[in-house]
Design a protein around this ligand. Structure first.
Ligand SMILES: [Zn+2]
Length: 237
């Protein structure tokens, strides 16, 4: 089944002028990121996520689920920009485990934005995704820990019922009134095993690699170190 593509250009800005402000602010925040003005990026993303949330409440009151769902993606765009800024800042500080974590957050946002929204809104997310996937390959992390646990009880994030209950008709990964449905583990069951794998579900469970911050050029992180030094500014080549 093809999933529904959200068209962020279709929001009626006469009815919701704040959407226009959000779009302008996305461009402005990207500009701060290009110039490595991280503090401005963080202040702007914080402020804009709040106004997007209040727009979502207005849409819910207006009975407009489509625009409520668009606000979800505008928040995700600010999350993406914020995480790219976090990634750059920690990579510049030679904090590679932390920068890897932020890179994974940015990748998660960017993957969802490329699959869920029409690619006509402000930024070329496929190109950003390609760029981030390239950066990912520069890290020496290629084995990850993956924990296998039983789950006894699940809860739907939208209605609070078990997804196995007939009262819940929500689908994990879909949006409802600007909120993402996911199934939350309520009760963890038996521990099964930990696997070391190159293909984990979550690449954040890295196996830590020690390095000397004074000699990064000679460490397994030399490729990402070189890239950050040569590239100089985010989202370039
Ligand atoms: Zn539900």
């Amino acid at each position: 089944m093809m999933n529904k593509l959200y068209d962020l250009c279709s929001v009626d800005v006469d009815k919701y002028p704040i959407w226009d402000e959000i779009s302008t602010n996305i461009k402005e925040t990207i500009d701060y990121l290009f110039k490595k003005q991280y503090e401005k990026v963080y202040a702007s993303t914080k402020y804009n996520k709040e106004i997007a949330k209040s727009l979502k409440m207005d849409c819910i009151n207006d009975n407009n689920e489509d625009v409520a769902n668009c606000t979800f993606y505008s928040i995700m765009i600010f999350d993406l920009i914020e995480n790219i800024a976090n990634f750059w800042e920690s990579a510049e500080n030679v904090e590679y485990a932390e920068s890897w974590d932020k890179l994974q957050n940015a990748l998660d946002c960017c993957k969802k934005l490329t699959t869920d929204i029409k690619q006509n809104y402000l930024l070329n997310f496929s190109l950003i995704l390609e760029h981030l996937l390239f950066i990912e390959k520069l890290y020496p992390y290629n084995l990850f820990a993956s924990i296998s646990l039983g789950v006894n009880k699940l809860k739907c994030s939208i209605c609070g019922e078990s997804p196995f209950n007939s009262k819940c008709d929500h689908i994990s990964g879909e949006l409802y009134w600007g909120n993402l449905c996911f199934y939350e583990a309520q009760e963890i069951g038996d521990f099964d095993h930990i696997a070391i794998t190159p293909f984990p579900r979550d690449k954040r469970c890295i196996i830590l690699i020690k390095y000397d911050k004074m000699k990064v050029e000679e460490s397994p992180f030399r490729m990402i170190y070189d890239f950050i030094n040569k590239c100089q500014y985010p989202l370039r080549n």
